[in-house]
Design a protein around this ligand. Structure first.
Ligand SMILES: Cc1cc2nc3c(=O)[nH]c(=O)nc-3n(C[C@H](O)[C@H](O)[C@H](O)COP(=O)(O)OP(=O)(O)OC[C@H]3O[C@@H](n4cnc5c(N)ncnc54)[C@H](O)[C@@H]3O)c2cc1C
Length: 426
């Protein structure tokens, strides 16, 4: 480390942490080090597309080592297992190769620590979810789903019995995954005249009385219409009590056959957060932070993204776990941290809710966008599609910088593959 520089350690290189590292890179006053258990970055809002196979993850991930060199920060691969606020150190283990060769456990020291370790889908104690259902929390989950889906579709083609996918939860992850599966199903069939749609049945089961609970009525209706167009079955008031190897069973005992069951209901903080240090946690397992995203345990530690529980003043609920929020918090911390290191007090973080958008593959994009404080507009078609992509364009731009980010965006635009890709290898 160069003299005079202060060391900022960022734990977690996901949607939020990777952007913060890029923002703090190449500064004279800071040495920023990003830590992640993975060697490469994959943008989580596209995980359902990796799972469905509508984009190829090998072409759409970025090596942290490469981004670090490009954007002037350090990268350390390893899994965070403990934080010692008194000594200002973080304990890391791994990585380990599949045949058991691993890096030695070690401690990294910091002047300021930032946690962006994300969240996971909880099973709410539902029997069989851990053993039998796929949850889309990380790259490995998407790969597992994809392998099972391919096997199920080949089985359907060979036996003539449709493959059955049951998705529990009708939020963005469940609905977007379902739409993307419809997009890829035709690829499994030979030109034998058989209608592809007969070979894949998709059911979305929702415990609430409406699909997409919490969404505005107009958006909900628009999504329902699109799912119907795609011949995706939906079920409401369906509280799921158990998942077995080949069934999803509701609390009233109804059994839904499933070759693959996907659990896409809710989000809680990464379970590792509770083990790291004695943080103040909310009931969803997220670390409670103040308006500067600082913890009560130690003001030199800040938390953001899905791992944080931040309730703005006057609001009755914490901010949602979205990439939109994580990105805005990364931008805030990118200017707040240098101020804190210089002994100044930054202003509070303010969230600007830019609405919610869904991309339902060939049924198009739809969303609710806020203009000003009161009005919300339902957007569809090309405008919604452009707005949907703008979040990932912003991510590419922030992560790769104006030149490479611009080139990557232009390459996406020219690419025959659908949608933007974080392709930068080679
Ligand atoms: C299918 C899907 C679609 C979505 N679509 C949208 C959308 O359209 N718009 C939107 O705004 N949001 C969307 N989201 C939500 C969005 O992806 C998350 O809110 C966002 O990724 C949170 O960012 P984060 O930086 O807090 O955490 P993550 O992006 O989850 O990153 C956490 C990072 O921490 C690393 N990590 C975890 N534990 C450890 C450990 N112990 N040691 C080292 N590293 C560790 C992980 O490898 C990962 O890189 C979607 C989510 C999913 C699953």
């Amino acid at each position: 480390m160069m003299a005079g520089r202060q060391r900022v350690l960022i734990l977690g290189g996901g949607a939020g942490g990777s952007e913060l590292a890029a923002r703090l890179g190449n500064r004279d006053d800071v040495t920023a080090t990003l830590v992640d258990r993975q060697p490469s970055h994959l943008w989580k809002p596209r995980l359902h597309e990796f799972a469905a196979g509508t984009i190829d993850s090998t072409l759409s991930e970025l090596s942290y080592y490469m981004i670090a060199r490009m954007r002037g920060f350090e990268f350390e691969q390893g899994t965070v297992t403990k934080i010692d606020p008194a000594r200002k150190t973080v304990h890391l283990v791994g990585p380990e190769s599949p045949d058991g060769h691993g890096a030695a456990p070690r401690d990294l020291s910091y002047d300021r620590l930032v946690l962006a370790l994300g969240g996971v889908t909880p099973d709410f104690g539902t029997q069989g979810v851990a053993e039998h259902a796929v949850r889309l929390d990380e790259r490995g989950d998407a790969d597992r789903f994809r392998a099972r889906f391919i096997a199920a579709m080949i089985g359907a083609r060979e036996t003539g019995r449709p493959a059955r996918v049951v998705i529990v939860g009708s939020g963005a992850t469940g609905t977007e995954l379902a739409a993307n599966l419809r997009q890829v199903e035709a690829g499994f069939f030979r030109a034998d005249g058989r209608a592809p749609r007969d070979m894949l049945e998709i059911l979305i089961a929702e415990a609430a009385s409406q699909l997409m609970p919490g969404a505005e009525a107009a958006l909900r209706q628009s999504v329902e219409e699109r799912l119907a167009t795609l011949e995706i079955d939906t079920l409401t008031n369906a509280k799921i009590a158990e998942i077995t190897a080949d069934e999803v069973i509701s609390a009233d005992g109804t059994r839904y056959p499933a070759d693959i069951s996907v659990w896409a209901a809710g989000l809680v903080g990464n379970p590792c957060l509770a083990e790291l240090a004695d943080f103040d946690m909310d009931p969803k397992g997220r670390i409670v932070v103040d308006s500067r995203l600082r913890t009560a345990l130690d003001p030199s530690i800040q938390i953001f993204g899905d791992a944080a529980c931040f309730t703005p003043e006057g609001a009755d609920a914490a901010l949602p776990p979205t990439a939109q929020c994580a990105s805005q918090q990364a931008e805030y911390l990118g200017s707040a941290i240098p101020k804190l290191l210089a002994g100044e007090e930054p202003g509070p973080f303010r969230y600007d809710d830019r609405g919610r958008l869904l991309s339902l593959a060939r049924a198009g994009s739809v969303g609710q966008i806020g203009f000003g404080r009161k009005s919300d507009f339902l957007v569809k078609g090309k405008f919604a599609n452009a707005a949907y992509k703008s979040l990932q364009r912003h991510h590419q731009w922030t992560l790769l910088g104006p030149l490479r980010g611009g080139v990557a965006i232009f390459a996406d635009w020219l690419s025959p593959a659908k949608g933007a890709q974080l392709k930068l290898h080679g």
